[in-house]
Ligand binder design. Structure first.
Ligand code: MN
Length: 421
C-alpha cells in the first residue's frame, strides 16, 4: 500500500519515482516526485524530516530546477530514493503531510534542470544512414568518422522548452527552385530523442573516464529536437546544424533516475571497428526503452479524432551509448555541470514505421503519411500537435514510464518582425 493509490500500469509506479519542477498555482515552482496520478512536494517532505541526516541543504528542493540536488551525487540520490519509498509506502515513522500531495494535472511543469550546456548527438546508425542518403545522395551514407566517434554538436540551452510549449515555425534561408530565398520553413520536422542528464559534473581539463560515467549520469528524459530541414540543408556545411535546430527543443517534465532504469539496462550492439580505449567499457550501457510518436492535426481535433501513432521504435540498439557520449564530450577536457543535457540523436529503427523523424517516415516527401481523416503529411503543418511517449521494459506490470512531451506548431512570423508571412 502506498500513501496514494497508484493505478495499474501507471507510468509512474513506486519503482520509478521521477523528479520534476512544477508550480502548483502558488507561483513557487519547486521539486516534486511523481507517484501514479499524483505528485508529492519534495520540499514539504524535506521540511517534515523525511530526508533528515542525508546532507541535503535546506532549500535544495525549493528552487526552480533540480541542479543543486543533482550536484549531491549518487550516494545521496540513492538514500533519497530509499527514504521516499519508505515514506510513500507508509513504512516510515515520518508521516507524509496530506497537503504535500497534489494531483499531477494541477502542476504547471517546467523543464527539470537548467543546463549550462546542451549537446545533441547523432547515435542511431539507422537514422544517420537514412539522412546521409537524403542529404548526400552521391556520397557514402555514413561518413568515415561515424563509426569512430559519437558525432554531435553543441545546441542552444536558451531555447529548451517545457512540455506543451507551442513551437513557432521558423523562417530563414532555404532553396526555392534551386535559389536561396528567405521565407517560412516548408519542411518542419521532429526528432524523437532520449535525453541524458548530468548529475555530478567535471572540471575543465579533467575528462570523465567511461568507467566512471555511472557516478556522473543522473538519469533520462524525452527530447523533441524540432528541425527545419530546408533551413538545415542550406546552412549545415561546413560547420553543422545552426538555425535549423535552435528555435525550439522540447524536454519532458519527469526526469527518471539511472537507479530506476537499472533493471532495463542491456548490452548495446557490437561495434565495428572496436572503439578506442576511452570509449570502451564492458558495462551494459544500452537501455531497453520503447518510444512512440503521436500526431494530431487541427482538422483531426475539429472532427473529434484522437491522435494517431505514426512511429514506434526501440532504444536498445542505439550504436553509441550515453556513457560513450559523456566520455567523448569530455575527453578534450570540456567541463560538464549538474543538470547538463545531452540528447541521443534521432532514434530510428531498421524497419518502416520505426523512424524517429518525418523526413524518414515520409521518405523525404515521396511516401507521405496517411492520416485517419484521409489527409497526408510529409512535413508538419501549422496546428499539428506532436507528442512523444516512452517507457522502459516490455511488461506493462513492471515497466516504468518516461512520460510524454508535446508541442503544437504555430504559424510563421516574418523575420523582420513586421507581421505574418
Ligand atoms: Mn537531433
Amino acid at each position: 500500500m502506498t500513501v496514494v493509490a497508484i493505478p495499474d500500469e501507471s507510468p509512474f509506479p513506486i519503482t520509478n519515482l521521477p523528479f520534476g519542477i512544477g508550480d502548483p498555482g502558488d507561483g513557487h515552482p519547486r521539486a516534486w516526485v511523481a507517484v501514479g496520478d499524483h505528485a508529492v512536494d519534495l520540499d514539504a517532505l524535506h521540511a517534515a524530516g523525511v530526508f533528515h541526516g542525508i546532507g541535503i541543504p535546506p532549500t535544495c528542493f525549493a528552487r526552480g530546477d533540480l541542479n543543486a540536488y543533482l550536484a549531491l551525487g549518487r550516494d545521496v540520490w540513492s538514500s533519497v530514493r530509499a527514504r521516499l519509498r519508505d515514506a510513500l509506502e507508509g513504512s516510515s515513522l515520518t508521516r507524509v503531510p496530506e497537503r504535500s500531495i497534489v494531483r499531477r494535472s494541477r502542476l504547471r511543469m517546467d523543464i527539470p534542470t537548467r543546463p549550462v550546456d546542451y549537446v545533441d548527438f547523432y547515435s542511431s546508425i539507422h537514422h544517420a544512414t537514412n539522412l546521409g542518403r537524403m542529404f548526400r545522395p552521391d556520397g557514402d551514407a555514413l561518413l568515415p568518422n561515424w563509426r569512430r566517434i559519437p558525432i554531435g554538436y553543441h545546441g542552444r540551452t536558451g531555447t529548451l522548452v517545457p512540455d506543451g510549449t507551442p513551437v513557432r515555425r521558423p523562417a530563414g534561408y532555404r532553396l526555392v527552385d534551386g535559389e536561396p530565398e528567405v521565407g517560412p520553413s516548408g519542411r518542419l520536422d521532429i526528432e524523437l530523442e532520449v535525453g541524458t542528464v548530468v548529475g555530478v559534473g567535471n572540471a575543465v581539463g579533467e575528462p570523465i573516464p567511461i568507467g566512471r560515467a555511472v557516478e556522473h549520469i543522473y538519469g533520462m528524459c524525452l527530447v523533441n529536437d524540432w528541425s527545419a530541414r530546408d533551413i538545415q540543408a542550406f546552412e549545415y556545411q561546413p560547420l553543422g546544424p545552426f538555425l535549423g535546430k535552435s528555435f525550439a527543443t522540447s524536454v519532458s517534465p519527469w526526469l527518471v533516475s539511472l537507479e530506476a532504469l537499472e533493471p532495463f539496462r542491456v548490452a548495446p550492439p557490437t561495434q565495428d571497428p572496436p572503439p578506442a580505449d576511452y570509449l570502451t567499457t564492458d558495462e551494459p550501457w544500452g537501455f531497453d526503452l520503447h518510444l512512440e510518436v503521436w500526431l494530431d492535426t487541427e482538422a483531426m481535433r475539429a472532427a473529434g479524432l484522437p491522435p494517431v501513432c505514426i512511429s514506434e521504435t526501440g532504444f536498445a540498439d542505439m550504436y553509441w551509448t550515453p556513457a560513450q557520449q559523456l566520455a567523448h564530450l569530455t575527453v578534450n577536457g570540456a567541463a560538464t555541470h549538474p543538470g547538463d543535457l545531452f540528447a541521443s540523436g534521432t532514434v530510428s529503427g531498421a524497419e518502416l514505421g520505426s523512424e524517429g523523424s518525418l523526413i524518414e517516415l515520409a521518405a523525404n516527401g515521396d511516401r507521405p503519411i496517411r492520416l485517419p481523416d484521409g489527409t497526408e503529411r510529409a512535413f508538419l503543418h501549422d496546428g499539428d500537435r506532436v507528442e512523444l511517449r516512452g517507457w522502459a521494459g516490455a511488461d506493462p506490470r513492471t515497466r516504468i514510464g518516461l512520460g510524454t512531451v508535446s508541442g503544437t506548431v504555430l504559424d510563421c512570423r516574418a523575420p523582420d518582425g513586421r507581421g505574418r508571412t
